[in-house]
Design a binder for this molecule. Structure first.
Ligand SMILES: [Zn+2]
Length: 424
């Protein structure tokens, strides 16, 4: 069995490879990249980009415990449809992934029902309660790729210091959801002009920035590797930029909604524009784009956070935070960043392939002979309208329904298997 992806523009941002070529896959590996190659199975990639399968460091697949929102099976199909062949699943399931048995459960489910590669993150503290550290050495031994209490921050600086020291000793990166919950006070959207106008309680930017600052300082103090999740504000980025200049081992991600929408969207899209951190203001959108262009932002993650229709179909204050993101990410990147010239295509692809893989040392995000056959084929010119009814995800909570986007995934290949192909 061999698979040839022919006539496409093959791009590997990590090596700089960029040429019209064929990719020959034999079993689970890339056998050859060159001309005049053919296989028993052929994908015609004319007019398409052929690149490493996308990597997302931040998804919520809700299994175990909330399978009406998403499962490892449906989440993986949504990922494949979006061009992602590797995702890091967050640990805030019910119960949370805070022991070796739970990591093994995720791996077993992934082997049984996932069509892409699932790299589970484990909790940093037991029950995500922010009190007692998890057994990180054991978690790493059974395959956790990072530790995080995502969904919340660790309130105690003392506990976080110990977490960072222990994670560092175990060679694990801490993924930091930065939020001073004491400033939350029932806030549901960005605190500013729009929250005042709508009469909704606000989430001040300082709530995020205070903790980016503290968390980065503790990383500097301990020498540990920290990755700041879903950065959304100008000042938050500045803190990270300055820390990088000082040599702190900090990386960060942002998500497509933070450069696409402002808190104006709350008026238009209701609860599907409710996420945490919230959509910010025009100056923050500009700062996020700047951070992506100048390299302060290391990678793009979706923070894919599925919720059922009935959970979101309530008044704004009562709806849960979060939106789905896997099936709109590529379109939002090409339409919002590449087309206007904010960043070139090569950089955009690096942000969802080699860059995130490198942050956690995942064997993914590259395209080379002998490497894993994880490949995404997309047409950068195809225009399409976001229709949530077509999503492979179990959930539909997106603010982008009806948006016209450019750039559509034609096929995703994971370990040599065609796990998604656009029907003609
Ligand atoms: Zn988070």
């Amino acid at each position: 069995m061999s698979l040839a992806i022919v006539n496409g523009h093959v791009m590997d941002p990590a090596s700089g490879l960029s040429e019209i070529a064929n990719v020959l896959i034999d079993g689970t590996t890339i056998a050859k990249i060159g001309t005049k190659l053919t296989g028993t199975e052929v994908i015609d990639a004319r007019d398409c980009i052929v690149c490493p399968g996308f990597v997302d460091l931040h998804v919520h697949f809700r299994e175990p415990g909330q399978e009406s929102k998403e499962t490892i099976a449906t989440g993986s199909r949504a990922a494949a449809r979006g061009g992602f062949t590797s995702v890091v699943t967050m640990a805030n399931t019910q119960p949370p992934i805070d022991n070796g048995g739970m990591i093994e459960f995720v791996h077993r489910r992934a082997r049984e029902i996932a069509c892409i590669k699932i790299w589970p993150a484990a909790c940093a503290t037991k029950g995500r309660a922010g009190q007692e550290m998890t057994e990180m050495a054991e978690l790493k031994a059974v395959g956790a790729v990072a530790v995080t209490d995502d969904g919340s921050d660790i309130a105690s600086s003392w506990v976080l210091r110990r977490v960072l020291e222990y994670a560092n000793m175990c060679g694990l990166t801490y993924l930091a959801h930065c939020e001073d919950a004491t400033l939350m006070e029932g806030g549901v959207m960005n605190e500013g002009y729009n929250s005042t106008k709508l009469g909704l309680p606000g989430l001040p930017k300082a709530m995020e920035e205070i903790r980016i600052d503290r968390n980065v300082r503790l990383a500097a103090m301990t020498g540990a590797k920290i990755h700041i999740q879903h950065v959304s504000t100008t000042e938050g980025l500045d803190i990270i930029r300055r820390a990088k200049e000082r040599g702190v081992r900090v990386t960060c991600e942002t998500a497509p909604h933070y450069w696409t929408l402002t808190d104006d969207a709350v008026t238009d899209y209701g609860t599907n524009a409710k996420m945490n951190p919230p959509l910010r203001e025009a100056e923050d959108v500009a700062a996020i784009k700047q951070g992506l262009a100048d390299g302060t932002i290391d990678c793009i993650a979706t923070d894919h956070a599925p919720h059922t229709f009935s959970e979101k179909d309530v008044e704004f204050a009562l709806a849960p935070f979060g939106i789905v993101g896997l099936e709109t990410a590529l379109g939002l990147i090409l339409t919002g960043l590449v087309e206007p010239g904010t960043i070139p295509l090569e950089r955009a692809l690096a942000l969802i392939t080699s860059a995130p893989a490198q942050i956690l040392g995942l064997p993914a995000g590259r395209l080379y002979e002998g490497g894993p056959a994880d490949v995404t084929v997309f047409n950068p010119k195809t225009e399409w309208t976001v229709d949530p009814e077509q999503f492979a995800s179990l959930s539909r909570n997106t603010p982008f329904a009806g948006h016209r986007l450019r750039g559509l995934v034609q096929a995703s290949v994971c370990d040599g298997d065609v796990v998604y192909q656009l029907s003609k």
